[in-house]
Design a protein. Structure first.
Length: 202
């Protein structure tokens, strides 16, 4: 499977590698690309996850599939997989995504694992059709990139963005994560921060 982000050489320190990638992102003579975050930006999932996580901690017997530290399944993974239909969109941001995806190059970079791709695509399809129609859904084009190794959000997104920057000039990032926002501004990338407020789900 082709990787969605740059791989670090074994003999190079992580921060040195990431700084080298950052320099590549600044090359401007390429078609532009707008990058959207998913959870907390397009999807109103933070309160949903936190509420159910608290409920699980109080009464774990209510949940059929218990998260285990011995597996790759985290609490968030389980809930995105089995309860994704209950997650509502942030309508303003999703409408912006729809509008841009009709005419511009757009990508969604999410910290979800790639095992959640079917549920994520279904969620996008359902909510975009609900806001518009099936013709619009079929007409939009976008890249959807998942966190293959469940790395920390900033490290993973820097690698994913560097991979995209081989082909595109990153013109705008729409994200709620403070670390991603700070990093993007340092690279001279325009940032749009949703007014939803960031919540740490860990």
């Amino acid at each position: 499977m082709t990787s969605n982000y740059q791989r670090k050489p074994k003999n190079m320190k992580t921060e040195e590698f990431l700084e080298e990638l950052d320099e590549d992102i600044k090359v401007k003579d390429k078609p532009s690309l707008v990058i959207f975050d998913l959870d907390g930006t397009l999807a109103d999932s933070d309160d949903f996850i936190l509420t159910n996580k608290q409920a699980y901690q109080q009464e774990p017997e209510l949940f059929a599939q218990k998260p285990s530290k011995d597996t790759e399944n985290t609490f968030c993974d389980i809930y995105f997989k089995h309860h994704h239909k209950e997650i509502k969109p942030y309508e303003g941001t999703l409408r912006l995504f729809i509008a841009m995806a009709k005419t511009d190059n757009v990508a969604i970079i999410t910290s979800r694992k790639d095992i959640l791709q079917p549920q994520t695509v279904e969620w996008l399809k359902t909510n975009i059709i609900a806001m518009t129609n099936e013709t619009v859904w079929r007409s939009i084009r976008y890249k959807l990139i998942f966190n293959e190794k469940k790395e920390k959000s900033l490290e993973y997104k820097r690698k994913a963005i560097a991979k995209l920057a081989e082909t595109y000039k990153i013109s705008l990032i729409i994200d709620d994560h403070p670390d991603v926002i700070e990093w993007a501004k340092k690279q001279g990338i325009e940032v749009l921060v949703p007014g939803n407020g960031y919540k740490d789900l860990n």
